[in-house]
Design a protein around this ligand. Structure first.
Ligand SMILES: [Zn+2]
Length: 141
């Protein structure tokens, strides 16, 4: 439980590194014991893996708009930096931080949900809108 909060806090810290003005998102991937395997934030840069999952989501949801979402999302950026040899990804922590520093809802989009599932990640923890700075939801696949 201690690591749970530590990792969620880490995702909040990582989100603050994002230069994306409209939404700063951070993602941390940990194994079953809570050890961090990878972390990243959303980047205003295209990436072929983002495009691949955007196309998959577009097909799945019948929404051609999704194909245009090719800037790297934090969740997919973290999945890209996962080194499989170093552990078994089990949970992803996703945090979004507003300009005033408070966390906001960071539920993964349809594109990232596919990528998370394909990476074998079983649990998603994401921040919720909160005035006191700490509210979250845990989702299991
Ligand atoms: Zn996404």
């Amino acid at each position: 439980m201690k690591k749970f909060h530590k990792n969620l806090n880490r995702a909040i810290e990582v989100s603050k590194q994002s230069t994306f003005r409209r939404g700063r998102v951070g993602a941390v991937i940990a194994d079953r014991s809570g050890n961090i395997l990878a972390e990243s934030y959303n980047i205003q840069k295209t990436h072929p893996m983002q495009k691949e999952f955007a196309d998959k989501a577009s097909q799945k949801h019948g929404d051609s708009n999704m194909s245009s979402k090719i800037f790297l999302h934090a969740e997919i950026a973290a999945i890209i930096s996962l080194t499989r040899a170093f552990g078994d990804p089990h949970v992803i922590y996703v945090a979004r931080t507003l300009q005033n520093g408070l966390p906001a809802i960071a539920k993964p989009c349809g594109i990232c949900s596919i990528a998370i599932k394909e990476a074998g990640i079983k649990n998603i923890v994401y921040t919720e809108d909160s005035d006191d700075g700490f509210s979250y939801t845990v989702k299991e696949y």
